[in-house]
Design a protein around this ligand. Structure first.
Ligand SMILES: Cc1cc2nc3c(=O)[nH]c(=O)nc-3n(C[C@H](O)[C@H](O)[C@H](O)COP(=O)(O)OP(=O)(O)OC[C@H]3O[C@@H](n4cnc5c(N)ncnc54)[C@H](O)[C@@H]3O)c2cc1C
Length: 478
C-alpha cells in the first residue's frame, strides 16, 4: 500500500496544471499556526517588523522570441515544480514556527519528522513498489534546498536520509534488502549513514569498526564505534561501514543495514558531552569513546549528531548491502553524489538568510529612506545574490549531469565547495545588513550563520573538495 504522501504526490502528478491542488498535509498541517508576517518563532515582544518568511518575487519578463535551444538550468518538470511549491509551503508553515524552539532545545520536533514522511519527502527517489514517491534526483535537491531556506537542520535530516541512506539501498541493495528496508524508510523510519569514526574522518577508510562472521556463518558480529552520525538519535535503521578483514585494508570494508534493536548503543542526550577537551582527553588516552554522548554543536543544533557504539552487535548476513569488501566503493560513489545535496542545503541557507535580511532592509528607514536604498547596501545585495545564483547553477548542473549519467564528480565537488563558501558569506552579510537586530538570536539570522559553517566540513571538508577538483583537472593537462 502506498503511503498517504506518496498517494498525494502521485495524485498531484495528475493535477500539476492545478496548483490549487497543492496542500500542506495531514496531521502536521492541522496544527499549523497561521503564517505570521513576523519572524516565525519570535516572541511578540521581540518580533521585528519586516522579518517575514514570505517568498520573494523574481520573475522577469522576456520580450525576445523563443528559439529552439537546449533548456536552461531553470527548466524543471511539472512534478519538480509541484514538489518545490509543496515543500516551500510545508517549510514556511509547518517548520518555520518551530525553528527557534528546536534550535534552543537542540531537538528535532517529532511532528516535523512525521510531516516529512507524510509528505513523501523521505522516499523521494524510492520506487512506488517500495512505497516511495519515485521522483528525480533533482526533486530531492529541490526539497533539500527549500527546507534549508527555513531550517538547515531539517534540511540535512531529509538530505542524509534520501541521498545517502535511501540511495545506498536503492543502488546497491539486492531485492530482499530493498524490500525489507526501503518501504520503512519511505514511510516511518529515519535512517543514518555511519562511516566516520573518532580516528577516521577525511581518511574515512582507516575505519576500525570490524565485522566478524560468527561460528554459525549466519551472522556478523559488529564491534567498534562511529562518530558524528547525523539523525542517529531518532533513527531506526543504520547503514554501518565495517571491515570484515582488516588484513585487506580498505578492501575489507563492507556496508551493513543494521536495525537499532540489534543492539546499537546511541549516546543519550542527557549524557551530552559539554566539554570537547574531555572527549579529546579520553581519545588521546585511548579510552574508547563508547556512549560518551552527543556534542553541543555550533550550528544545525536540532540535528542529532551522536556517538554510536557496537559491542558484538549481531547482524544477519542477509543484511550486507552490496558486495562484501566493496563498501569503500559504495561510500565513495554515494558521497560523490551526496555532496550535491549539501550544496543544495547551502544555497537554500544562503537564500533564506538573504530573503529575510533584504526584505527587512527595504523596510528599515534611516536618514529618511529605506536602508536598502543606499547604494552601498544595494551593491552588496547585488554582489551576494550573484554568488548565490552562481552556486545554485553549479548545484543544478551537477544534479542534472548525474541524472543524465554523465561525469559529475568534479562539478559536484565544485558545487559543494563554492556553495558552502557562499553560504558563509551570505549569512554573515545578512546579519550586517540588519544592523543590531541581526545580531540577536530572535530574528534567526545568526542561526543561518552558525549553520553555514558545517557546509565546509561534512561529506568531505573544503580541502577534500579542492583535492578532488585538483586531481580531476590535472587529467586535462598532463
Ligand atoms: C554535524 C556533523 C554531522 C556529521 N554527520 C556525519 C554522518 O552522518 N555520517 C558520517 O559518517 N560522518 C558524519 N560527519 C563526519 C564528517 O564527515 C567529518 O567530520 C568530516 O569528514 C571531516 O573529518 P574530521 O572531522 O575527522 O576532520 P579531519 O579529517 O581530522 O580534518 C581536519 C582538517 O584537516 C584537513 N585535512 C584532512 N585531510 C586532508 C588532506 N588530505 N589534505 C588537506 N587537508 C586535509 C581537513 O580539511 C580539516 O580542515 C559529520 C560531522 C559533523 C560535524
Amino acid at each position: 500500500m502506498l503511503s498517504r504522501t506518496s498517494q498525494s504526490l502521485k495524485a498531484a502528478r495528475a493535477l500539476t496544471s492545478s496548483r490549487a491542488a497543492l496542500i500542506v498535509p495531514t496531521a502536521v498541517a492541522r496544527s499549523v499556526r497561521p503564517a505570521s508576517r513576523l519572524q516565525a518563532g519570535c516572541s511578540p515582544a521581540l518580533s521585528i517588523r519586516g522579518f517575514s518568511a514570505s517568498a520573494v518575487k523574481k520573475e522577469h519578463e522576456s520580450t525576445r522570441p523563443e528559439i529552439d535551444t537546449p533548456p536552461s538550468l531553470y527548466t524543471f518538470t511539472d512534478e519538480e515544480e509541484m514538489l518545490r511549491e509543496t515543500v516551500r509551503k510545508f517549510a514556511q508553515e509547518v517548520v518555520g514556527p518551530r525553528v527557534l524552539a528546536m534550535d534552543e532545545a537542540e531537538q528535532m520536533d517529532a511532528d516535523i519528522i512525521k510531516g516529512l514522511f507524510d509528505q513523501g519527502l523521505m522516499g523521494i527517489e524510492t520506487a512506488a513498489e517500495h512505497e516511495g514517491s519515485e521522483m528525480s534526483f533533482m526533486a530531492a535537491i529541490i526539497a533539500v534546498e527549500e527546507l534549508a531556506k527555513v531550517d538547515p537542520s531539517i534540511s540535512v535530516m531529509c538530505d542524509v536520509h534520501n541521498t545517502l541512506v535511501n540511495s545506498t539501498l536503492r543502488l546497491y541493495g539486492n531485492d530482499d534488502v530493498k524490500a525489507r528496508f526501503l518501504p520503512r524508510l519511505a514511510t516511518d523510519t529515519l535512517g543514518s549513514f555511519c562511516l566516520s569514526e573518532p580516528a577516521s574522518g577525511s581518511d574515512a577508510f582507516a575505519l576500525q569498526t570490524t565485522a566478524k562472521l560468527d561460528a554459525s556463518g549466519d551472522y556478523y558480529l559488529l564491534n567498534g564505534s562511529k562518530m558524528w552520525i547525523t539523525n542517529s538519535a531518532e533513527a531506526g535503521i543504520f547503514l554501518v561501514f565495517a571491515n570484515v578483514d582488516p588484513s585487506k585494508g580498505y578492501k575489507g570494508i563492507t556496508c551493513f543495514a543494521v536495525e537499532k534493536e540489534m543492539g546499537v548503543v546511541i549516546a543519550k542526550k542527557e549524557k551530552k558531552v559539554r566539554d570537547f577537551a574531555l572527549f579529546v582527553h579520553f581519545w588521546v588516552f585511548k579510552f574508547e569513546p563508547t556512549c560518551l554522548g552527543r556534542f553541543e554543536q555550533l550550528g544545525i543544533k536540532a540535528s542529532s549528531t551522536c556517538l554510536l557504539s557496537f559491542d558484538d552487535v549481531k547482524v544477519p548476513k542477509e543484511n550486507v548491502v552490496g558486495e562484501i569488501g566493496k563498501g569503500y566503493k559504495i561510500a565513495i560513489d554515494i558521497l560523490n553524489e551526496g555532496r550535491i545535496g549539501i550544496a543544495a542545503q547551502m544555497i537554500g541557507l544562503a537564500q533564506g538568510a538573504f530573503d529575510k535580511s533584504v526584505k527587512y532592509a527595504y523596510e528599515r528607514k534611516q536618514f529618511g529612506k529605506a536602508v536598502g536604498d543606499f547604494q552601498g547596501m544595494a551593491f552588496q545585495f547585488a554582489d551576494v545574490l550573484t554568488e548565490i545564483e552562481a552556486a545554485r547553477l553549479l548545484t543544478y548542473n551537477a544534479a542534472r549531469l548525474k541524472e543524465q549519467g554523465k561525469p559529475f564528480v568534479r562539478e559536484a565537488a565544485m558545487a559543494k565547495y563554492y556553495a558552502s563558501n557562499v553560504a558563509q558569506r551570505a549569512s554573515g552579510m545578512a546579519i550586517e545588513w540588519a544592523g543590531g537586530v541581526g545580531f540577536t538570536r530572535e530574528v534567526g539570522l545568526e542561526k543561518y550563520w552558525r549553520d553555514s559553517k558545517i557546509g565546509a566540513i561534512y561529506e568531505g571538508t573544503s580541502n577534500i573538495q579542492l583535492e578532488t577538483i585538483a586531481k580531476l583537472l590535472k587529467k586535462d593537462y598532463v
